[in-house]
Design a protein around this ligand. Structure first.
Ligand SMILES: CC(C)(COP(=O)(O)OP(=O)(O)OC[C@H]1O[C@@H](n2cnc3c(N)ncnc32)[C@H](O)[C@@H]1OP(=O)(O)O)[C@@H](O)C(=O)NCCC(=O)NCCS
Length: 185
């Protein structure tokens, strides 16, 4: 579904179209995401921006993958998915990736992408939307607050360095062999 819009009077005047992503858009979306997400720290470890991310989200819920086009050029996208939990009557919507090209930011493009996604989620029976972002990503946080997200819950990531443990074990084994050789001599 296409939606032609203005980018607002106080801001530069462009023709904006919000439409469903198509297979031919994959390269443009992927490269825009690379610029936006690789420039930051890795957003988090359980999801990484790569070409498979675009393809698999599209395979899962193609109608929840939208692009923003200005003069036939892709300048933004939002990729979402839905989650049904076994013991919950609610269907959840997950806004997985959202990005707008730097030169086109602060022109309400993300807001328009989000509004369209939210309407589609509602039509899909979704009653709760989820999003996750880095605690220090002020642009994303302000944006999500402005469009209505609240109740931020802290989530802590911990790491266990298996490689380091493996290194210690190898060193212990080497030390044991060295001692055995020494005792035999
Ligand atoms: C976050 C992002 C998608 C916002 O896109 P955008 O098109 O610039 O957003 P909008 O113009 O619709 O902004 C709407 C409101 O959000 C807030 N906002 C957006 N960007 C902001 C920024 N850099 N700093 C502070 N507030 C910001 C403002 O309240 C803004 O309203 P205003 O311009 O009237 O003040 C964009 O900055 C981006 O692509 N960032 C990199 C990728 C990313 O972090 N994605 C989110 C997690 S997947």
């Amino acid at each position: 579904m296409n939606m032609q819009e203005d980018l607002g009077k106080k801001k530069k005047h462009h023709n904006l179209t919000i439409r469903e992503m198509e297979i031919d858009d994959f390269p443009a979306v992927f490269h825009l995401g690379e610029k936006l997400f690789r420039a930051q720290r890795v957003p988090n470890l359980y999801r990484t921006w790569d070409e498979f991310e675009v393809i698999s989200l599209y395979q899962g819920d193609p109608e929840l993958c939208l692009v923003a086009e200005v003069d036939e050029r892709i300048v933004g996208f939002v990729l979402g998915s839905t989650i049904s939990k076994s013991h919950s009557a609610w269907k959840y919507g997950h806004l997985v990736w959202l990005g707008v090209e730097a030169a086109f930011q602060r022109k309400n493009i993300a807001t328009k992408l989000f509004n369209r996604l939210r309407d589609l989620m509602l039509e899909n029976g979704v009653r709760m939307l989820l999003v996750d972002t880095e605690a220090d990503d002020m642009a994303a946080l302000r944006f999500f607050q402005k469009v209505g997200f609240g109740n931020p819950e802290k989530h802590i990531y911990m790491t266990l360095n298996l490689a380091a443990q493996l290194g210690i074990k190898k060193n212990n084994a080497r030390e044991q062999t060295r001692r055995q050789h020494k005792n035999r001599a």
